[in-house]
Ligand binder design. Structure first.
Ligand SMILES: [Zn+2]
Ligand SMILES: [Zn+2]
Length: 146
C-alpha cells in the first residue's frame, strides 16, 4: 500500500497519541507518523480490519505501550543497550476489546498465512505485544519471552 493511503487508513482507527509516546507527539507532531515502519502499520491495519473491534494501545494514562523515545522512562533508565522494537517504531502493546491476550495470540497463529508480514509476539503476558522486528525471527509468527 502506498504510504499516504496507509496513513489515511490507519488514522480511521488509531490516533498518533495511541501509537507513539507523548514526547514524540509533542516534539514532532503529525510528522511522527513518518517514523513508523511500513510493515508494522500494514500489519496493524490488517489486524484491526480482521478483528473489527477496537484495539487499544496507549490508553487510560498509559504512555509507553507504543513507540518509545529516549525520554521515556523504560528507555531512560536502561543501563544496557535497548533496541526493543518499541524504539524502532514497529511495536505496540495492545488490548483487543472482547479478547484475552491468549485468545488473540492463538488466533494470530491460526491466521499466520494471511498476515501481510511476519510478526513477533511476546509469550505469556497479559497484553498483546506485537511487532514486526526481524530480530530472532523464526517464521511467520515468532513467539518470544523477555
Ligand atoms: Zn518518549
Ligand atoms: Zn511490548
Amino acid at each position: 500500500m502506498e504510504r499516504p493511503e496507509l496513513i489515511q487508513q490507519i488514522k480511521k482507527y488509531f490516533t498518533l497519541e495511541e501509537l507513539a509516546c507523548p514526547h514524540s507527539v509533542a516534539y514532532f507532531g503529525d510528522r511522527a507518523w513518518g517514523f513508523f515502519r511500513q510493515d508494522y502499520l500494514e500489519t496493524l491495519l490488517f489486524l484491526r480490519r480482521h478483528y473489527n473491534v477496537p484495539i487499544y494501545c496507549n490508553h487510560d494514562g498509559l504512555t509507553q505501550r507504543g513507540s518509545r523515545c529516549n525520554l521515556c522512562e523504560i528507555v531512560a533508565t536502561r543501563k544496557s543497550p535497548y533496541v526493543s522494537a518499541h524504539v524502532l517504531w514497529c511495536a505496540g502493546d495492545f488490548t483487543f476489546l472482547g479478547y484475552t491476550a491468549d485468545e488473540v495470540r492463538s488466533e494470530i497463529k491460526g491466521i499466520a498465512h494471511l498476515l501481510p508480514y511476519p510478526v513477533r509476539l511476546e509469550k505469556g503476558v497479559s497484553w498483546v505485544h506485537l511487532d514486526t522486528s526481524a530480530y530472532c525471527q523464526t517464521g511467520k509468527v515468532t513467539e518470544f519471552a523477555v
